[in-house]
Ligand binder design. Sequence first.
Ligand SMILES: NC(=O)c1ccc[n+]([C@@H]2O[C@H](COP(=O)([O-])OP(=O)(O)OC[C@H]3O[C@@H](n4cnc5c(N)ncnc54)[C@H](OP(=O)(O)O)[C@@H]3O)[C@@H](O)[C@H]2O)c1
Length: 329
Amino acid sequence: MDFQAYRIFELEDGTFQRKIVTRSTDELPQGEVLIKVAYAGLNFKDALSSTGHKGITREFPHTPGVDAAGYVASSSDLQFKEGDEVLVTGYDLGMNTDGGFGQYIRVPKGWVVPLPKNLSLKESMILGTAGFTSALALWKMEKAGQSPEMGEIVITGATGGVGSMAVSIFSTAGYQVVASSGKAEEEDYLKKLGAVRREDRSYTNDESGRLLLRTQWAGALDTVGGNTLATLMKACGKNGSIAVCGLVSSHELNTTVYPFLLNGINLIGVESAETSIDVRLKLWEKLNSIWKPGHLNDISKLISLDELDDQIELILKGKTRGRVVVKHD
Ligand SMILES: NC(=O)c1ccc[n+]([C@@H]2O[C@H](COP(=O)([O-])OP(=O)(O)OC[C@H]3O[C@@H](n4cnc5c(N)ncnc54)[C@H](OP(=O)(O)O)[C@@H]3O)[C@@H](O)[C@H]2O)c1
């Protein structure tokens, strides 16, 4: 079966070229489940893969797209049958396994999640890895004792994919969310998602050199890293949790033990891609019910495959808002 895919090619001079090509399902990797992709999410990781980042994708040509949702076209495993609505996020999809920017994917059965009944395929991709990562962070924070009564939660990179989802999901779960964002013009958008207010990026970028700051928040989800993450730790209240989700500014963390020793904070690692299927099913059920944001369509922009190039450039510059979702024909 022929289909269209957005492929990245490595040229002899070491540069990378992106183009839409026709492929055959025979060329897809081994796996029990062949899926006709209806929607795919665009993530920061996909943008890195599309520029030839070898830390994400070792070998080219390659089809990025870590999130995909659609219909089972065929399955050699009895758990899935033709026509079933399913989604796949993470594992190796879009990294070194051909991903959702192609109209078909073939994956191992263990990666496939049945579409939760209160979500449409499109909604599941608006959520995608960004929503799933936010849910994983919230789940881990609550396991460490976080609760809405403790006070405000800061979300950094708030207009981004993970940020927008986190603002929505944490506020849906009952938290007072402060959105830290460099985009002053997006204040109304962030409030619509559920934030109580927007703060500039400087709010979470302390340059005083002090080892601890007065308490300013009860916990945080950070997508930025570097001094932002260090600041979040220094001003976090007693026993609060900071979920470490991203590194859009820096992979470094220069801190001291004081936030741990004097305030008992928890620094929580969030790794969504390899999350076990049991936890995945549990979190998708929460996203299907009590954590499902009421305004998913406001967080997303729907594009076609041939608009991907422009959106990849924008996400690399931190200029997208919310989630970008590719609709396949
Ligand atoms: N741990 C996991 O499992 C997991 C899963 C998914 C993503 N991630 C990571 O999470 C991060 C965000 O991913 P995403 O897909 O949400 O990306 P995104 O849509 O590009 O969002 C990133 C946001 O960060 C802010 N930002 C950009 N550059 C910045 C800078 N230099 N300093 C401070 N803020 C900056 C911008 O928001 P404002 O303009 O509103 O400030 C931007 O919209 C990435 O590092 C990604 O790799 C991790």
